[in-house]
Design a protein around this ligand. Structure first.
Ligand code: AMP
Length: 411
């Protein structure tokens, strides 16, 4: 079904056309008519499914002309996401006179206050800074008609739910609420009961499956060979752009240094960097100035970075959901991407938890002609060392349990 048949305003239909969208994605097909009809919607979809347009297009269709007071509030867990959603809003609204502004911390208040004073229709905000503005009397929510709680589970993880509640309490009861979340833990369920009216749930794809267009593999390795293996992978893999995920800010900085010494154009993204540095890193990575982005999980969720050809988990994520969110950086909007995870012996439990979570085993591979030291992982799956998974890999029963060939693409 084309965008023209969904009941969107002409300006929105023109907006998506100008962005080059040809037809709606599944979540757009299902969410747009519901939101247009005034339904509260819970969206559970993989990242990269087009969820921003799924809520933005129907809401913007309903706003018509610019007015002074904000009528739409979109809450986001991080500054980067807030900035990204605001860019999308401006893109969609380019054939209207609607105004949007983004409110997040780490920058001065002046410009944000000026824009609020001039009048905006759409607010995109992180919870803390929005509450600051409310406290200062520079922002009021009493005209909000559409509230969007985006990445709700991430807001929960980051401890923002009490702030979110305070904000919801300041919005009129007579409003429409949409909530997007990859998972719905009990705390979010409570929030849903409290903040939403007869919501309809839209689930696109299995909640737990990583993007289907991504091929992923695990490279077992000894801890002290990790950075050598990473360098070697970057030498051999034919990538356009790659995100390397690390567990800590310190490790991210260290890996970035190693890669820079090897003449890679590298940017670093983690929360100890200033807002300006973070923006520059993202901008440079998006426009191709940097080919490698080394990041902590702050970059894992929701950020829309087009054309990431590879994701490398330098460290195995501690939470299975983070694996999916990291992998979600590649294979977006149906492009294909590859995801590699470096695994040391101590990671075994986390890797098994990830495999249980996604419901399938990830293939172990060995990089050919890499000077491997012994690691106990090469024994994994041998008799007497149950892995909890069938030892049949790619249809071949192997003595060690795993296929140790080059990283071949599956058909
Ligand atoms: P999102 O899940 O909202 O972060 O969107 C992921 C990416 O898909 C963004 O780059 C969007 O611009 C793009 N996108 C969203 N909807 C469509 C569509 N209907 N057709 C093509 N690309 C889309």
């Amino acid at each position: 079904m084309p965008f023209t048949k969904l009941g969107l305003s002409n300006a929105m239909v023109e907006g998506v056309k100008a962005m080059g969208y040809v037809e709606p994605t599944p979540i757009q097909l299902r969410a747009i008519p519901l939101i247009l009809a005034g339904q509260d919607v819970i969206g559970s979809a993989q990242t990269g499914t087009g969820k921003t347009a799924a809520f933005a297009l129907p809401i913007l269709s309903k706003l018509n002309e610019h007015q002074r007071d904000p009528r739409v509030l979109i809450l986001e867990p991080t500054r980067e996401l807030a900035a990204q959603v605001e860019t999308a809003m401006r893109d969609f609204a380019r054939f209207t006179n609607l105004r949007s502004t983004v409110l997040y911390g780490g920058v001065g208040y002046g410009r944000q206050m000026d824009q609020l004073r001039e009048g905006v229709d759409i607010l995109i905000a992180t919870p803390g800074r929005l509450l600051d503005h409310i406290g200062r009397g520079t922002c009021r929510l009493n005209h909000i008609r559409y509230l969007v709680l985006d990445e709700a589970d991430r807001m929960l993880d980051m401890g923002f739910l009490p702030d979110v509640r305070r904000i919801v309490e300041r919005c009129p009861r007579d409003r429409h609420t949409s909530l997007f979340s990859a998972t719905i833990p009990i705390e979010i369920e409570t929030l849903i009961k409290w903040a939403m009216k007869h919501p309809q749930t839209i689930e696109i794809g299995a909640r737990r499956s990583p993007a289907e267009t991504v091929k992923h593999v695990i490279y077992p390795v000894a801890e002290d060979q990790k950075s050598d293996l990473l360098r070697e992978l970057l030498e051999r893999v034919n990538y356009d752009s790659v995100i390397v995920f690390c567990r800590t800010k310190h490790r991210a900085d260290r890996i970035a240094q190693v890669l820079k010494r090897n003449n890679h154009a590298v940017a670093v993204l983690h929360s100890n960097r200033t807002q300006r540095e973070r923006e520059e890193a993202l901008k440079g990575f998006r426009n191709g100035r940097f080919e490698v982005l080394v990041a902590t999980d702050i970059a894992a969720r929701g950020l829309d970075i087009a054309d990431v050809s590879h994701v490398i988990n330098y460290d195995v994520p501690q939470h299975p959901e983070d694996y999916i969110h990291r992998i979600g950086r590649t294979g977006r909007a149906e492009a294909t991407g590859d995801a590699f995870t470096l695994m040391v012996a101590e990671d075994a439990q986390h890797v098994h938890a990830i495999e249980r979570f996604i419901g399938r085993k990830v293939e172990r591979v060995k990089l050919e002609n890499f000077n491997y030291k012994y690691t106990a992982l090469f024994e994994e799956g041998k008799p007497g060392q149950p892995t909890g998974f069938p030892r049949k890999v790619r249809g071949v029963r192997l003595s060690g349990g795993y296929y140790f060939g080059p990283a071949r693409r599956r058909k």
